[in-house]
Design a protein around this ligand. Structure first.
Ligand code: ATP
Ligand code: MG
Length: 432
C-alpha cells in the first residue's frame, strides 16, 4: 500500500471539535469591530511579490526568509500573503478608498510564513486585522487600542499586557540610526552574523533580534525615545493620557521596535505570559508612510493584526460554553414515526431561535437508535412513537444525567422546554 499523504509541515487542519471555539472568536470579534464602525474588506491570498518587498522591507525576517514565493505560468513572481496590511493598502489604493476620506476597515484570513513550526508558530496561520486610514492624531490610535482591549474583555481573555512605544518619524529615526550604528560598530565582535548584515541595511532591526546572546548588548543600546521631537512626544503623551482616562493599563517599553519596516510613531503589542516564547497575541502601530510608498497619495494609517491561533490557545485554557453540541436528538421509535419526527424537528427549528436539533436518520433497531442519540452528545432525547403520536405528546429523556422519561405535550409545553434549554446556555455565556 502506498504511504498516506500528510498535511504540509506547519499547516494544520482545524478538526470539527475545535471549530466551535473559532466560531465563538470570529463572531465576537465581528461584533466588536462592527460596534466601532469598521467594515470588512476581503483581499486575495496571492499578491505580486513586489508588494511585500516594497512595504514590509527587503531587510526583514519576512522578506528575507519567510515568504512563499513562486513564479506562475506567466513567469510573474507571486507570493502567498505573509500578512494583511500590505494587501489592504494595495486594495485601498486600487479601489479608491483612501484618497481624501477616512476609512475604518478590518479583514481576516490565513497568512503564510515559512518559519520553523513550534508552539504558537505555524506556516499557515490566521490573522484578524483592523486598519484605519486618513486620521493622523492620537485619538484614532486610542480608539484602536480601546477596541483591542474590548476584544479581550468580550472574549474573556485576561492577563494580557499592553506594551507601547513610539518609533518617531523617519527624520527622527535617521539621527538615532547613526547613533545606533556607532554603538553596534563599537561592539561588532559581539554581534551575530545576521546582525552584522543588518548593521548596514537596517540597524534598527538588530533591536528586534531574538538571539538571547545579544540580550545584554541590546539592553545597553541607546534609546530612540531620546531622539523624539516635540510632536512625536506629545502624540505619545496624549495617547497615554487617553488610555489612563479609559482605565486601560499599559507599560511603556522603549525597546519595542516591531519586525516590519513601515511603522512610524505609535507601536504596540499585547503580550501574554502564558504562551512561552510566542507570547505576542496582537501587534500593530501607525504606518503613515506606507500608502505613499505603495504609490497612493500620502495617507496616515494605523492598525493591528491579531494572531488567531495564539488567542485560541488562551481561550482553550478557559473555554467558553460549547455552542455546537446539539440540545436535542429527535428519535422516532420505528420507521412509521420517521416522517413525523422530521416535521417536528423542522417546527422546533422554526419556533425556537438558537435551538440545535439533530434528527435521527438511517433507521435501525431501537437499541442502535438510542446509541446514536447518546453519541450525538445532545443533552436530551425527544422520543416519538405511535403511542406518543396518538396522544399528541413526546417523551423526554435526559441523556447526560440519570432519571427516567417524562412526557411533554407537543404544543406550548414542549416549546417552553426548548426555549429554556437555549436560555440557560446564553446565561452561561460570556458578557458582551
Ligand atoms: P513574532 O515576533 O512572534 O514572529 P511578528 O512580529 O512576526 O511576530 P506580526 O507580523 O506583527 O508578528 O503579526 C501579528 C501577529 O500575528 C503576531 O503577534 C502573532 O500573534 C501572529 N503571528 C505572526 N506570525 C505567526 C506564525 N508564524 N504563527 C502563528 N501566529 C503568528
Ligand atoms: Mg515573525
Amino acid at each position: 500500500m502506498s504511504k498516506n499523504i500528510q498535511a504540509v509541515r506547519g499547516m494544520r487542519d482545524i478538526p470539527p471539535e475545535q471549530t466551535p471555539l473559532w466560531h465563538f472568536l470570529e463572531s465576537r470579534v465581528r461584533q466588536v469591530v462592527e460596534s466601532y464602525g469598521y467594515r470588512e474588506i476581503r483581499m486575495p491570498m496571492l499578491e505580486m511579490t513586489e508588494l511585500f518587498k516594497r512595504s514590509i522591507g527587503e531587510v526583514t525576517d519576512i522578506v528575507e526568509k519567510e515568504m512563499y514565493t513562486f513564479s506562475d505560468r506567466n513567469g510573474d513572481s507571486l507570493t502567498l500573503r505573509p500578512e494583511g496590511t500590505a494587501g489592504c493598502v494595495r486594495a485601498g489604493i486600487e479601489l479608491g478608498l483612501l484618497h481624501n476620506q477616512t476609512q475604518r476597515l478590518w479583514y481576516q484570513g490565513p497568512m503564510f510564513r515559512h518559519e520553523r513550526p513550534q508552539k504558537g508558530r505555524f506556516r499557515q496561520f490566521h490573522q484578524i486585522g483592523v486598519e484605519s486610514y486618513g486620521l493622523s492624531g492620537p485619538d484614532i490610535d486610542l480608539e484602536i487600542l480601546l477596541l483591542s482591549a474590548r476584544l479581550w474583555r468580550v472574549l474573556g481573555v485576561a492577563g494580557l499586557e499592553l506594551q507601547l512605544n513610539s518609533l518617531g518619524t523617519p527624520t527622527e529615526r535617521l539621527a538615532y540610526r547613526a547613533q545606533l550604528v556607532d554603538y553596534f560598530t563599537a561592539h561588532r565582535d559581539q554581534l551575530d552574523e545576521e546582525s552584522i548584515r543588518r548593521l548596514e541595511g537596517n540597524p534598527l532591526r538588530i533591536l528586534d533580534s531574538k538571539n538571547p546572546e545579544l540580550a545584554d548588548l541590546l539592553a545597553a543600546a541607546p534609546l530612540l525615545s531620546e531622539h523624539l521631537g516635540e510632536t512625536s512626544r506629545s502624540h505619545l503623551q496624549t495617547l497615554c493620557d487617553g488610555l489612563t482616562a479609559a482605565g486601560v493599563p499599559f507599560r511603556l517599553n522603549p525597546r519595542l521596535v516591531r519586525g516590519l519596516d513601515y511603522y512610524s510613531r505609535t507601536v504596540f503589542e499585547w503580550v501574554s505570559d502564558r504562551l512561552g516564547a510566542q507570547g505576542t497575541v496582537c501587534a500593530g502601530g501607525r504606518y503613515d508612510g506606507l500608502v505613499e510608498q505603495l504609490g497612493g497619495r500620502a495617507t496616515p494609517a494605523v492598525g493591528f493584526a491579531l494572531g488567531v491561533e495564539r488567542l485560541i490557545a488562551l481561550l482553550e485554557e478557559n473555554p467558553p460554553g460549547d455552542h455546537a453540541t446539539p440540545h436535542l436528538y429527535l428519535l422516532p421509535t420505528s420507521g412509521d414515526d420517521e416522517a413525523a419526527v422530521m416535521l417536528l424537528s423542522e417546527r422546533l427549528r422554526d419556533q425556537v431561535a438558537g435551538l440545535r436539533v439533530v434528527t435521527h436518520c438511517g433507521g435501525g433497531g431501537l437499541k442502535a437508535r438510542f446509541k446514536r442519540a447518546d453519541r450525538s452528545a445532545a443533552s436530551h432525547a425527544l422520543i416519538l412513537g405511535e403511542s406518543e403520536r396518538q396522544r399528541g405528546v413526546v417523551a423526554l429523556k435526559a441523556l447526560r444525567s440519570d432519571g427516567g422519561q417524562q412526557e411533554l405535550a407537543e404544543g406550548e409545553p414542549l416549546l417552553a422546554f426548548c426555549r429554556a434549554l437555549v436560555a440557560t446556555e446564553c446565561a452561561a455565556g460570556r458578557s458582551d
